[in-house]
Design a protein around this ligand. Structure first.
Ligand SMILES: [Zn+2]
Length: 189
């Protein structure tokens, strides 16, 4: 578990002793004491016992393996176009090229007959960057973990958010049931 202290460290500022923490990113150690080498928020990882400084000037860069959240813009026969909104774990919502493609072959390990049964326009999706192609075209995938897929879906009849009951998405407003490539992290249960 990360504990983000609401405290900004300056370069050279004392953070902790080596008895309490091990030095992480943007820190350095001297005579058993840990100091910040940068300006940023102090982060204490209580699990790994690591203290680090999250530099606010560091640009959030999307790379292969990044986990992103985005909204389904278009569903075609062969791919889903997703407007990315955030990188998982990043504190800034920054995207220059904000669209990514989820090709049908990257959706699931199971056979996907109709992509429209797995994703619909407006769905909020958690996915992983499979690769970044020349021209900054981004390919996503949702097949490598049950955590990836739709985290919030909307009723195609009345547009209300769908709730997950077992493995079925149901609209509590109009009673409609729908299917999706549902993430383990589905928000409304
Ligand atoms: Zn409905």
């Amino acid at each position: 578990m990360d504990k983000l202290k609401k405290k900004v460290a300056s370069p050279g500022e004392f953070l902790s002793t080596e008895e309490e923490f091990i030095p992480g990113k943007n820190t350095f150690e001297e005579n058993g004491e840990i100091f910040s080498s940068n300006t940023g928020l102090i982060v204490e990882d209580l699990k790994s016992k690591e203290i680090s400084v999250k530099s606010s000037s560091e640009p959030v860069k999307i790379k292969s393996g990044s986990v992103v959240f985005g909204r389904v813009d278009v569903v075609k026969d062969s791919s889903v176009l997703i407007e990315m909104q955030n990188i998982y774990g990043a504190d800034k919502k920054v995207f220059t090229s904000s669209f990514a493609v989820l090709p049908v072959r990257n959706v699931s390990r199971d056979y996907v007959e109709r992509l429209r049964d797995f994703f619909k326009i407006g769905d909020l999706v958690k996915a992983k960057v499979a690769k970044i192609l020349p021209g900054n075209n981004i390919d996503l995938e949702t097949s490598s973990s049950p955590d990836f897929g739709v985290v919030k879906a909307f009723c195609s009849r009345c547009r209300k958010p769908l709730h997950l009951f077992g493995s079925t998405l149901k609209c509590t407003s109009c009673g409609n049931t729908e299917g999706r490539k549902i993430s383990n992290d589905y928000l409304l249960k």
